[in-house]
Design a protein around this ligand. Structure first.
Ligand SMILES: NC(=O)c1ccc[n+]([C@@H]2O[C@H](COP(=O)([O-])OP(=O)(O)OC[C@H]3O[C@@H](n4cnc5c(N)ncnc54)[C@H](O)[C@@H]3O)[C@@H](O)[C@H]2O)c1
Length: 368
C-alpha cells in the first residue's frame, strides 16, 4: 500500500535561470551518504521524508512515537516499521536517546509534534510535552553537537499567522515578515518552537532553518478521530463510505493545499540550500482553494456524494494562502503537484487501499 510516489526522485524540479525545470537530484549531493535524523519519522510527513532520503542515498535515522494512528497504519500505510534498521521507536523528550541520535547526525529534521490542532486544544499539557519539552530536548542536543550537525530544520506551521480572512479577501496572503497571531494552543507551541530555535541555536555557530508548512495533504494521509484537520482525506474517506461531506459555514474557508511530496522536497532543500541558513520560509503553493472546491473535486470521483452545509465551528480559520516569494527565491523551487492532480492521486490511492480507512470511521458509516 506504500505510495511508490514516495521514491519518485524524478518529481523534484527547480526553476533554472532559463525558466526550464531541472531535476533537484544534483542539489541533494550533500545528502548522499549523510546521516539525517528525522523526528516524527513515523508520521505522514516524517515517513515521506525518510523514504525520500533513502532514495537519495542518505542514511535516515527516524525517531518517533507510534501512537498518532492505529498500529496497522505505520507498516502497511506509511511503509515504516520499528524493525527497519534506520528507524527507532522512541520519544523526543528522552534526552539520552536524542543526544545519541543527534550526535550521529549530519542533519536534523525536527518534524515530531502533537500535530492535531483539536487534540492540542483538548489536551494542552500533552501539546506542551511534545511540542515544547520535546523541541527543547532536540534543540539542546543540536546545540551540544553543533560541530557535527550541519543544519537543523524546524518544522513550523502557517497557523502562526492566525486565522486569516478567507474568501472575503481571496487575495490575502501570509508573508514571513507579517505580524503573527497564533490563535490555538497548537499554533502557540509552533511559534514558541520557532523563537526557541533561534534562541538556542542562534548564539552559536549552529545552522538552522524554519519551514512553515501550509495545509499538507496527499496519499497516504489517514484521518484522526475527533480531528477537523486534513479535509482532502476526510472528504475522500467519507465519500468512499457513502457518508455526507460537511461544509462547515458553507465551505467558504480557504487553504493553501501543498502535497506531501512537495513538502518533503522543500524540507530537504531547506536543509541543504546555503541561502536557507537561519531563514524562515513559507512552504505552500501560493494558491487559495476553498473547502467547497475541495468537496467538488472529491465529489467528481463519487457521483451521488452528498454535500451538507453545517455551522462553522467557533475559531475555524477562514484562512489565506502563502506568499511564496521568499521560498521561490531562496530554494529556487516551486511545488509540482496542483490540487486537482493531488486530489485525483489521493482518491486513486484510496481506491487501491480501502483498508486505510480507519475502523472507527467505518463504524460511523455502519451506524448511519
Ligand atoms: N499536516 C499538516 O497539514 C501540517 C501543517 C503544518 C505543519 N505540520 C507539521 O508537520 C509535522 C509532521 O506532521 P504530520 O502531518 O506528519 O503529522 P503526524 O501526526 O502524522 O506526524 C507527527 C508525528 O510526531 C510523532 N510524535 C508526537 N509526539 C512525539 C514525541 N513526544 N516523541 C516522538 N514522536 C512524537 C507522532 O507520533 C507522529 O508520528 C508536525 O510538526 C506538524 O505540526 C503539519
Amino acid at each position: 500500500m506504500v505510495s511508490s510516489a514516495a521514491d519518485a526522485a524524478h518529481r523534484g524540479a527547480v526553476l533554472s535561470k532559463g525558466g526550464v525545470d531541472v531535476d533537484t537530484q544534483d542539489r541533494f549531493a550533500d545528502l548522499s551518504g549523510a546521516t539525517v535524523a528525522v523526528t516524527g519519522g513515523f508520521g505522514l510527513i516524517g515517513s515521506r521524508i525518510v523514504h525520500r532520503l533513502r532514495a537519495l542515498g542518505a542514511k535516515p535515522l527516524a525517531v518517533g512515537r507510534l501512537d498518532a494512528y492505529g498500529s496497522s497504519v505505520y507498516s502497511s500505510v506509511f511503509g515504516l516499521s520499528p524493525q527497519d534498521g534506520d528507524v527507532i521507536a522512541g520519544d523526543i523528550t528522552d534526552a539520552a536517546l536524542m543526544d545519541d541520535v543527534v550526535s550521529r547526525s549530519d542533519y536534523v529534521i525536527h518534524a515530531a509534534a502533537l500535530a492535531d490542532v483539536a487534540e492540542c486544544t483538548r489536551n494542552p499539557a500533552a501539546a506542551l510535552r511534545a511540542n515544547v519539552d520535546g523541541t527543547q530536548t532536540v534543540l539542546d542536543s543540536a546545540a551540544r553537537h553543533s560541530g557535527t550537525v550541519r543544519r537543523l530544520v524546524f518544522v513550523s506551521s502557517a497557523s502562526v499567522y492566525g486565522v486569516g480572512t478567507g474568501t472575503a479577501d481571496v487575495g490575502a496572503r501570509f508573508a514571513e515578515d507579517d505580524g503573527l497571531a497564533p490563535e490555538s494552543v497548537y499554533a502557540n507551541t509552533k511559534l514558541w518552537g520557532e523563537h526557541q530555535t533561534g534562541l538556542v541555536l542562534g548564539g552559536s555557530d549552529s545552522s538552522y532553518a524554519i519551514v512553515r508548512y501550509f495545509s499538507v495533504y496527499g496519499e497516504p494521509q489517514v484521518v484522526k478521530e475527533n480531528s477537523h484537520s486534513w479535509v482532502v482525506a476526510w472528504f475522500a474517506m467519507r465519500a468512499a463510505l457513502g457518508l455526507p461531506l460537511h461544509l462547515n459555514g458553507g465551505g467558504v474557508q480557504v487553504r493553501d493545499f501543498v502535497h506531501v511530496d512537495d513538502i518533503a522536497e522543500a524540507t530537504l532543500l531547506a536543509a541543504v540550500t546555503g541561502g536557507a541558513e537561519r531563514a524562515t520560509l513559507n512552504v505552500g503553493t501560493g494558491r487559495a482553494t476553498s473547502i467547497r472546491q475541495v468537496a467538488e473535486l472529491v465529489g467528481r470521483h463519487f457521483p451521488g456524494a452528498r454535500i451538507v452545509e453545517t455551522p462553522r465551528p467557533q475559531g475555524d480559520p477562514l484562512g489565506a494562502c502563502a506568499d511564496i516569494t521568499r521560498m521561490r527565491r531562496v530554494l529556487d523551487w516551486v511545488p509540482q503537484v496542483g490540487i486537482e492532480d493531488g486530489v485525483d492521486r489521493y482518491v486513486a490511492w484510496l481506491e487501491r487501499s480501502p483498508e486505510a480507512i480507519p475502523q472507527w470511521l467505518r463504524a460511523q458509516a455502519g451506524a448511519a
